[in-house]
Design a binder for this molecule. Structure first.
Ligand code: PLP
Ligand code: COI
Length: 354
């Protein structure tokens, strides 16, 4: 445990804050004034720095570019009515960061360095945290291999960086989703549970095809039989089926989502029966047919709680109830917002105060 991280800070001479239109914040396009950078070499993390956001120098031979030794995290900071800024459950992301690192043969980053570097960056750029409803400061920590060497072996040097972006909602409408029964996001023994950059590159072609067919998102199924539901795009898939809150159990093909964990904790507190288990496509489609599927949504940091309006499977589209009338996801959405934006006491200790 380190006391305080020694960070060298170089402030920008030209803040872009005043020229940024906070009423028009598409996801991930506007970056705050500063970013965090650290290096790993000789078996240790060093050179902790906050610098103006901008291009970085790197060799074109780094293994991150050639072999995908790269991964990331995602979390958000929120502004409360009294101006307090909090980050939602960064300790969970710190742990998952290291699970990804281990899977990709990359060095772990001590959890307190992860949290302190992010807190210091958000603190410096706290005026970039939006105050409108449904807006937040998206935090993107990432690590990549920097050895200029084309051999297929783990790099000996790495960079850890953090970018921050003020963002509005990721999805602005109820989702029309398709159950994917050909492409696979992750296989058993693979790296689906890691937030590896390559997982997202591999998902782009199937997602593009789905969009061309008029869908907003894919529901990924297992790679062996395409018979079990795994995830929904860049979010975990959650359902209310016959009064029970149901979600695929985490396994090596599924990202162990912080939002998922939060939703399950609330559901249990509220007394809903909760089932984390394999969820078959058949039971979801049956539920959609016979009206027992009362709710379906994606849960994620960027996605927040993203209601599904219809599910298409095998050429047939099944429509669900109007999201505004759904008891569970509406309640979760309200509760989560109240906690994150400070309207309600944070009895779980989920808000990290910057
Ligand atoms: N699954 C995938 C593949 C994701 O990219 C994300 C987004 O981070 C999630 C699930 C949801 O995870 P979290 O709630 O931690 O953001
Ligand atoms: C997140 O919710 O943090 C994500 O990682 C989604 C992102 C890939 C857009």
């Amino acid at each position: 445990m380190i006391e305080t991280l020694d960070i060298k800070t170089t402030k920008t001479q030209h803040s872009r804050l005043a020229e940024t239109d906070f009423d028009n914040l598409p996801f991930g396009k506007h970056f705050a004034d500063h970013m965090f950078v650290a290096d790993y070499a000789d078996g240790e993390w060093k050179n902790f720095e906050i610098v103006p956001y901008g291009p970085i120098d790197m060799s074109p031979a780094i293994s991150a570019l050639h072999y995908g030794q790269a991964f990331f995290e995602g979390m958000k900071a929120y502004k409360h009515a009294d101006g307090t800024v909090t980050i939602f459950r960064p300790d969970k992301n710190a742990k998952r960061f290291n699970k990804s690192a281990e899977r990709l043969c990359m060095p772990e980053l001590p959890e307190d360095i992860f949290v302190q570097s992010i807190a210091a960056l958000v603190d410096l750029d706290r005026d970039w945290v939006p105050s409108q409803a449904n807006h937040a400061l998206y935090i993107r920590p990432f690590m990549f291999a920097t050895d200029p060497y084309l051999g297929v072996t783990p790099s000996a040097t790495y960079k850890f960086m953090v970018l921050i972006c003020p963002v509005g909602p990721y999805f602005s409408k109820t989702l029309r989703v398709k159950i994917e029964d050909y492409y696979t996001r992750a296989a058993e023994g693979g790296m689906g549970y890691a937030k590896a950059a390559g997982n997202y590159g591999a998902g782009m072609l199937p997602a593009k095809k789905a969009v061309e067919e008029g869908f907003d998102q894919l529901i990924w199924t297992d790679g062996k039989e395409h018979a079990y539901i795994e995830e929904m795009g860049a979010a975990n898939a959650m359902f209310v089926l016959d009064g029970k809150v149901i979600t695929p159990s985490t396994r090596d093909t599924i990202l162990d989502g912080v939002t998922r964990d939060t939703v399950l904790a609330l559901a249990r507190e509220w007394g809903y029966p909760v089932e984390e288990r394999r969820v078959s496509v058949a039971e979801i489609i049956d539920g959609a047919k016979n009206g027992k599927l009362q709710d379906a949504f994606g849960a994620g940091t960027a996605a927040t709680i993203a209601p599904v309006g219809s599910i298409t499977y095998d050429g047939e589209e099944y429509f669900l109830s109007d999201p505004k009338t759904r008891e569970f996801s509406q309640r979760v959405l309200k509760e989560l917002d109240a906690i994150k934006y400070g309207a309600k006491a944070d009895t779980h200790g989920w808000n990290y105060v910057v």
